[in-house]
Design a protein around this ligand. Structure first.
Ligand SMILES: [Zn+2]
Length: 336
């Protein structure tokens, strides 16, 4: 298939969502501690929707509060899988709960975490991190999260934040103060919007959240004026097709808007969201899109180029062969 020859960039993947039975078995066999029995981690089925995902989260409950040391073998096993699929750059969402609460201790722990990640990259894959901020975060916790994000922004720990969770219950406007401070410190803002919510959540993410990227965004295609705006402003959308099918956000793959986005030459990436819980891979997502919408080499190259250009980490650590075909100025100069 055409997509197999093109290096891939993933911008939307939750670290906790990489957990599945084969990965847990692999790390246990390698002698690492696992916090749940591998055989109990069954992926979400088609049509199970948000309840199916909530049930999956219960099955991996101990990992919701796990520290970074327990996540390292998970991340390293996942990174090997990414390399096998030709992924050369990935941004992953992680929980601030993995690290110390105190900002100074957090910076030290994160530096140690980053060092381990860099050595696992082996020059084949660059992995960067966004702190995940749940929409349901209590008001009193917002200021603490701002302080921790700023501490890590100053030391080059994280490159952005992501707001995720049930859109209708918790508007992104609650985080307005946070967005301004974090932008001033050079962090990128990603907001999950227009997944199970409507076009209005996307508009709010752009206007109030000053989002650099929209996670999912499929509800935009119910509002032609919003589609025009996304095109005109070249807003990057992180599409996650299998996730949308399993969560019930898209009825079937034929009705997914990614084909239309390609026709409109929109700016988007193709992602797994939660490859463990949704039992999907980058290769699988690309194959699905290629067979359903007839994406060609030029389409996937545009996806790769737009995805890399939408990254939050400006510095690339390794030369990436693909980008010799990029239009001049569409991406940052490669730094080695
Ligand atoms: Zn997500």
């Amino acid at each position: 298939m055409v997509h197999e020859t093109i290096p891939k960039v993933e911008l939307h993947c939750h670290l906790i969502g990489t957990l599945n039975a084969p990965l847990l078995r692999e790390i246990e066999l390698a002698g690492h501690r696992v916090l749940v029995r591998p055989e109990t981690v069954r992926p979400v089925g088609f049509g199970e929707g948000p309840q199916g995902f909530a049930d999956w989260l219960v099955r991996v409950e101990p990992y919701k509060s796990a520290g970074w040391r327990d996540y390292l073998p998970v991340l390293e096993a996942h990174m090997q899988r990414l390399v096998q699929q030709g992924v050369v750059y990935a941004e992953m969402m992680i929980s601030p709960m993995m690290f110390a609460r105190d900002p100074d201790a957090l910076v030290d722990e994160f530096a140690e975490f980053q060092e381990r990640v860099r050595s696992s990259e082996r020059g084949l894959l660059q992995v960067e991190f966004l702190f995940l901020v749940p929409r349901s975060l209590p008001d009193e916790a917002i200021d603490k999260d701002i302080a921790r994000c700023v501490a890590l922004a100053k030391t080059g720990g994280i490159c952005g934040i992501s707001i995720a969770g049930l859109e209708r219950d918790c508007p992104a406007s609650r985080f307005q103060r946070m967005f301004g401070v974090l932008k001033d410190h050079g962090l990128g803002i990603e907001i999950h919007a227009g997944e199970l919510g409507g076009p209005e959540e996307i508009t709010e993410a752009l206007d109030v959240g000053r989002a650099d990227r929209i996670g999912h965004g499929i509800a935009a295609f119910r509002d032609e004026r919003l589609v025009e705006r996304l095109c005109a402003e070249n807003v990057h959308i992180e599409f996650c097709p299998t996730s949308n099918l399993k969560m019930g956000a898209a009825r079937d793959i034929a009705s997914h808007p990614i084909g239309r986005a390609r026709d409109l030459k929109m700016n988007f990436s193709i992602n797994t969201d939660d490859p463990g819980s949704f039992d999907c891979t980058m290769d699988g997502e690309f194959a699905l899109i290629e067979s359903e919408f007839g994406f060609r080499e030029a389409d996937f190259e545009a996806v790769a180029r737009n995805s890399l250009a939408a990254r939050f980490q400006r510095n690339l650590r390794y030369p990436i062969e693909l980008w010799k075909n990029c239009e001049a100025g569409s991406v940052e100069t490669v730094l080695v």
